[in-house]
Every structure is written in C-alpha cells, then in structure tokens.
Design a protein around this ligand. Structure first.
Ligand code: PRP
Length: 213
C-alpha cells in the first residue's frame, strides 16, 4: 500500500488556495472548510494527510520530517533558517514586501530611524544592502500600528490588497520584493517518497528547478 504523504500548510488565506489547487490534482479533503477548527484532513484514496499549522511552523515541520512537504509563503521562508528544499513557486498567495510609513512622514537625519517588523531578517538585509543603518523593532503582528503609536518611523511588512495600509493612513515608501507561495520538501522524504513527491510536483506545474534554501 502506498505510503501517506504528510503535507503541512499555513492556516488561513493560503490554505484555502492550496486546497483548491490540490483539488485540481484530484486530491480532495472533503471535510475542509475555511472556518473549521479541524487541524488534520485526509484524502484516503490519494493517501495525503493535510495538517494545518501556523505559517512560521511550516518550515519546522518539514525540516524535522514531521511533514514530507509544505506550502508556505516566501516571506516566511526568507525568515526561516530551516534546511529544506524549495521546489517550486506555486504562483498563488501573491503579495509583496514593502517599506511603509505614515503619509506625512519626513525622515529626521539627526537621529536613528526605527523600523518595526515581523520580518527582522528581511528588514536587516534590505537596509544593509542600501547601506542605511536602522534600528529594527521586532513585533508579532499589526505592525501598521507602530508608526501611529510613535513606536517606529517605518515598517517592513507584506502588502496584498493595500487595505490595511490605507485604512491606517500609511503609504508605501519602497517595494522590496514580490512574495508568493512555495512548495518545500523534507530532504529525506525526497529520497524515500521521491516518486510520489515528484509526481505531485509535475501535476502542480511542470519544468520547475529545485533550489536549496
Ligand atoms: C498581513 C500583513 C498586513 C496585511 C496586509 O497581516 O502583515 O498587516 O496582512 O494585507 P492587505 O494588504 O490585504 O491589507 P495578517 O493578516 O497576516 O495579520 P497580522 O498583522 O497579525 O500579521
């Protein structure tokens, strides 16, 4: 009997799109719905077990082999130090990394610039490349609040529709890079379950190159 493939997917918006993409490959999780609190869903016929985890935990599940493959945003992957294969760009869950500030923000060159973000690595690398010294303040969410509350001058965050920035009076100062969902694979699973994983990849989208992150 074919082994189960354990697939870890980031809960929320990405999971909805991922489940739809998998349906296109006739992998179906009949009891999945976006408002369900169930964390494991099975396709008994195709032998795929879907586990819904926090986005930040997807690379960890895959690195440790608790999941064979994962679907996670490139934003999370860039921050993660996990040793996994990034197999393909799934081209959904598209958004972008940006630097944003309040509409009327003017830089004060007399003092340091404070940047609030969930993405410390991405922010550090971005400002390092620009040769600009900034102070990074790590937050865990709702970072748009930081400039409003005087906690930071700017933010580094992902923007999808732009609604959160707009509704909080912030504007994009600079775009950093595009972001989309990626398929990641556990290194050992690629050997032990390689055939099944390769088939899934081919069905999701052919002619992709493998890169190590
Ligand atoms: C993300 C991001 C922005 C928002 C952008 O937050 O950090 O706040 O989405 O989306 P938009 O451009 O479509 O408005 P998320 O919803 O993940 O919550 P968080 O702020 O708690 O991280």
């Amino acid at each position: 009997m074919q082994k189960y493939i354990n697939l870890a997917v980031a809960k929320g918006r990405l999971a909805d799109t991922a489940v739809k993409a998998l349906e296109g490959m006739e992998i179906c999780f009949n009891d999945y719905s976006s408002n369900s609190r169930k964390l494991i869903h099975m396709d008994q016929k195709k032998r795929v077990r879907l586990v819904l985890v926090k986005a930040d935990d997807v690379p960890t599940y895959v690195e440790q082999g608790a999941a064979d493959i994962g679907i996670v945003g490139k934003d999370t992957l860039l921050e993660s130090m996990a040793s996994v294969y990034e197999m393909m760009d799934l081209e959904f869950g598209k958004c972008k990394f940006v630097v944003a500030a309040l509409k009327d923000y003017v830089e004060n060159v007399q003092r340091k610039t404070y940047v609030a973000t969930k993405y410390v690595y991405v922010a550090k690398e971005f400002f390092k490349r620009k040769g600009k010294s900034v102070e990074i303040i790590k937050l865990n969410g709702s970072v748009e609040l930081a400039p409003i509350m005087g906690l930071a001058d700017m933010i580094v965050d992902i923007v999808e529709t732009g609604t959160t920035l707009r509704e909080n009076g912030l504007v994009i100062v600079e775009e950093i890079c595009p972001v989309s969902a990626r398929l990641i694979v556990n290194k050992a699973s690629l050997k032990t379950k390689g055939d099944i994983i390769e088939t899934m990849i081919q069905q999701l989208r052919p002619n992709q190159k493998r890169e190590e992150v």
